[in-house]
Design a protein around this ligand. Structure first.
Ligand code: MV4
Length: 499
């Protein structure tokens, strides 16, 4: 039985996992770097162990150090979160050898799904529709020409070791072929240490739709419907929703069945997602994500199922706590990733100290974060501040609620993408649910819309900064005259209703 879990991650996802541990009565252990010594997750955990320097190679990416901490603290299992080592077969293998349960699929499944040519081949065998393209890798131009003659242009060269868009090349015509292939193979080799590339027909404006699945060790595999993640910038998702406005109940049944079949075919274990490209009513397998994903809360809001808790239950060898027929889809959820970045400066990271921080609340609002007022967002990691997730009875209500929640969000001290999210939530195409992976490039007015919204909200900002400026001035005076202590004593003595 799992009694103690080491969380091999940081920030909001570390807190998220520890929350599930707490509800399950499992002891949680943080492993932290220098930069995170005072982070919330380090304090939230029942125990905290120092890993190493802030640079991820010395801490969150260091397999040896993490396994050592797990042994030292007596953890039964390791939760890898997302990013870092979460999809690393060597890490899963190191856990397996150390007799510590890796919360996720086996190292074998991670290897298989991490190789895009291999996973594409397996999915084809399983009867999962894939984008028209090559069976295996393509090494020379003559081979590539033959494929191009068959599937036509535009086509896409993709690295087998990749994922997340790195090293992908669109080829529009025959005369670009030779150069594109050479360059793609060289980029693939330098980024992934694997020069293998494959070819797919290029879909010009697809939607990105992913099915959440859960698979236990008793052969139960279920899906929790889909999320639409089309709104992204440079392969970084910005807004996700559950369900997708493009998917009818019939399509959901069909795609869900196929996602479950895909998971069963590879003997998947744990939580995962099967990603599809969706265009002209047709869907094609893209890749599988073999981890908990950033955007999992959108699905949790709509289904009421705690996906992280189920991950732990599965890792413990127990059957899923529900069956496919128990899964109810209720209403609509939207998630905005709130980042410390400057939309006015090409979305450059804006790390630094949160001079003031107040997250929204009220009905239908969930904020997953690992930050607080006076916390400094480190420059060495991803500059995500939080995930803001709202629920509504329908998409319209969810959008209005997201606008309201964004209006309430106060972050002072760093630049954020909150104003950009406000522009997205007011965009007519977004409101109509007309989305594609090219949404942000196509919607050329978003930055101007954002500036207009900022101008419109100036009066609110001034009122807020007044509050916080005043507070600081009062605190400074009180401290100087020792009034603070006296004030605290009178408050303790008086009625709690007294101002
Ligand atoms: C594609 C595609 C169009 N056609 N494949 C980008 C990330 C990687 N996971 C796969 N990607 C794409 N593959 C074919 N055959 C368009 C994309 C793509 C994309 C996919 C998902 C989410 C956002 C995207 C943004 C640009 C391109």
């Amino acid at each position: 039985m799992i009694k103690k879990i080491l969380v091999a991650n940081r920030g909001e996802i570390a807190v998220r996992v520890m929350r599930a541990c707490r509800e399950l009565g499992i002891v949680s252990v943080a492993a932290y770097s220098d930069a995170d010594a005072n982070a919330i997750f380090t304090k939230y955990a029942n125990e905290a162990f120092y890993l190493g320097a802030s640079h991820a190679a010395d801490s969150y990416l260091n397999i040896g150090k993490i396994i050592k901490v797990a042994k030292d603290c007596g953890a039964d299992a390791i939760h890898p979160g997302y990013g870092f080592l979460s999809q690393n077969p060597n890490f899963a293998y190191a856990c397996e050898r150390a007799g510590i349960k890796f919360i996720g699929p086996s190292s074998k499944v991670l290897s298989l799904m991490g190789n895009k040519i291999a996973s594409r081949r397996e999915m084809k065998k399983a009867g999962v529709p894939t984008v028209p393209g090559t069976e295996g890798q393509v090494t020379d131009a003559s081979q590539l020409k033959a494929v191009a003659a068959e599937i036509g242009f535009p086509l896409m060269i993709k690295p087998s070791g990749g994922g997340g868009g790195i090293g992908m090349t669109v080829v529009n015509s025959e005369h670009e072929l030779e150069h594109a292939l050479e360059s793609a193979r060289s980029i693939a080799n330098s980024t992934f240490g694997l020069s293998e590339v494959y070819i797919e027909k290029y879909l010009p404006q697809p939607r990105h739709i992913e099915f959440q699945i859960l698979a236990d060790t008793h052969g139960n595999v279920v899906h929790l419907a889909e999320r639409e993640c089309s709104i992204q910038r440079r392969y970084q998702k910005l807004v996700e929703e559950c369900p997708s406005p493009a998917i009818t109940p019939e399509l959901r049944r069909e795609m869900g069945k196929i996602a479950v079949r895909a998971a069963k075919w590879v003997h998947y274990e744990g939580a995962g997602t099967i990603e599809f490209l969706f265009a002209d009513g047709k869907f094609y397998f893209l890749e599988a994500n073999t981890r908990i994903q950033v955007e999992h809360p959108a699905t949790e809001m709509v289904t009421g199922i705690d996906i992280v808790k189920e991950q732990i239950i599965i890792a413990d060898g127990k059957p899923l706590s529900f069956r496919q027929r128990d899964v109810r889809q209720n209403g609509w959820a939207i998630e905005c990733r709130i980042n410390a970045e400057d939309p006015e400066n090409n979305f450059a990271p804006s790390p630094g100290k949160l001079r003031h921080y107040r997250s929204p609340g009220g009905i239908g609002v969930r904020v997953d974060s690992g930050v607080h007022t006076s916390y400094s967002i480190p420059h060495v990691y991803d500059p995500m501040i939080s995930k803001l997730i709202v629920w509504g009875r329908d998409r319209q209500e969810a959008i209005l609620r997201m606008r309201r929640a964004l209006y309430e969000y106060i972050v002072m001290g760093v630049k954020t993408n909150i104003p950009f999210h406000k522009a997205v939530m007011e965009n007519p195409r977004f409101v109509a649910g007309e989305l594609s992976t090219h949404f942000i490039t196509n919607e050329t007015t978003l930055l101007d819309d954002m500036r207009r919204i900022k101008e419109r909200e100036k009066p609110l900002e001034e009122k807020l900064s007044q509050i916080f400026e005043d507070k600081r001035r009062v605190a400074a005076i009180a401290a100087a005259t020792h009034v603070a202590q006296l004030y605290a004593r009178t408050r303790q003595a008086g009625s709690p209703d007294q101002p």
